[in-house]
Design a protein around this ligand. Structure first.
Ligand code: SF4
Ligand code: SF4
Length: 224
C-alpha cells in the first residue's frame, strides 16, 4: 500500500503530519457515549441486519482464528456468533426495563456445578424445581455466583433446564430475571419470559457440553 504524508492543520498555526490511509480523515471514537454503540446493536437486531452480515461474521471468525481456538467448524462458529449477537441485542433492549425491576431472580444451569454426581452436596427440591447449593466447594462457579447474587438481593435457582424457569418466575412473581445457559436454551426461555412481561438479561455459557460448563463471573457481576 502506498503511504502518503499529509499536513494537517490542528489549530492556529499548529500542524501535524499524518499518513494518508484508506480513510481520508482521522478519528477518535473514545469520546462517543456508550449508548451510541448500544443503539447500533439495537437497530441492527431490530432490522435483522446481523443476519445479513454473514460474510463479515465469517471474516471475523477467520481473523480471530475462532475455529482454531474452539475446534468449531465455520458454520457452527457462525451460528454461535449470531446467537451471541442476538443475545447481546436483546440484553441491550431490555436493560432499562430490567434496571427498573425490584424483584429479581438469577437462574444458573445445573451443568455449571463443580460436580455433577453425589460429590455435589446440593439438595434438589422438585417442588420448585431447583437445586439448593450447600457451598461444599469454594471454587465451584455455582457457589460463587450464588453468593454474589444473594448479596445483591437476588433469589438464586440452580435449574436442570430452561423449561423450569417460567414456572418459577410465575409462582414467585419476579419482575426481572438473569439467565445463564447455552445460547439455544436461552433463546427459548427468553421468548417465554418476554411473553410474560418479565425483563430478562442473558449470559451465555462460554463453555458448553452439559457438564463442567462455564460462564464469566465478571459478566455476571456487571449484569447484576
Ligand atoms: S458448591 Fe454447591 S453446586 Fe457446587 S458442588 Fe458444592 S453443593 Fe454443588
Ligand atoms: S450445556 Fe446448555 S443444554 Fe446442556 S445442561 Fe448446560 S445449559 Fe442445558
Amino acid at each position: 500500500m502506498k503511504l502518503v504524508f499529509e499536513r494537517i492543520k490542528l489549530f492556529k498555526g499548529v500542524f501535524c503530519y499524518s499518513y494518508a490511509m484508506p480513510y481520508k480523515f482521522t478519528f477518535d471514537l473514545s469520546k462517543l457515549p456508550r449508548f451510541f454503540f448500544n443503539e447500533i446493536a439495537i437497530i441492527s437486531y431490530q432490522k435483522g441486519m446481523h443476519k445479513a452480515v454473514l460474510n463479515t461474521l465469517k471474516e471475523i471468525i477467520l481473523k480471530f482464528r475462532i475455529q482454531e481456538a474452539t475446534g468449531l467448524n465455520l458454520s457452527d462458529a457462525v451460528v454461535l456468533l449470531q446467537d451471541l449477537i442476538d443475545l447481546h441485542g436483546i440484553n441491550v433492549m431490555q436493560r432499562k426495563k430490567f434496571l427498573k425491576t425490584k424483584k429479581r431472580a438469577l437462574f444458573l444451569p445445573h451443568c455449571t456445578r463443580k460436580f455433577m454426581d453425589s460429590r455435589c452436596q446440593a439438595i434438589f427440591d422438585p417442588s420448585i424445581p431447583s437445586y439448593n447449593c450447600k457451598h461444599c466447594s469454594k471454587d465451584c462457579l455455582v457457589s460463587k455466583a450464588n453468593r454474589l447474587a444473594e448479596n445483591k438481593g437476588y433469589d438464586v435457582y440452580v435449574v436442570p433446564g430452561g423449561s423450569c424457569v417460567p414456572k418459577i418466575v410465575k409462582n414467585a412473581r419476579y419482575e426481572g430475571a438473569i439467565g445463564i445457559a447455552c445460547g439455544e436454551e436461552m433463546k427459548m426461555s427468553g421468548n417465554v419470559l418476554g411473553s410474560m412481561n418479565v425483563a430478562g438479561q442473558a449470559i451465555p455459557l462460554i463453555k458448553n457440553g452439559c457438564a463442567n460448563t462455564a460462564f464469566s463471573l465478571e459478566t455476571l457481576q456487571k449484569t447484576l
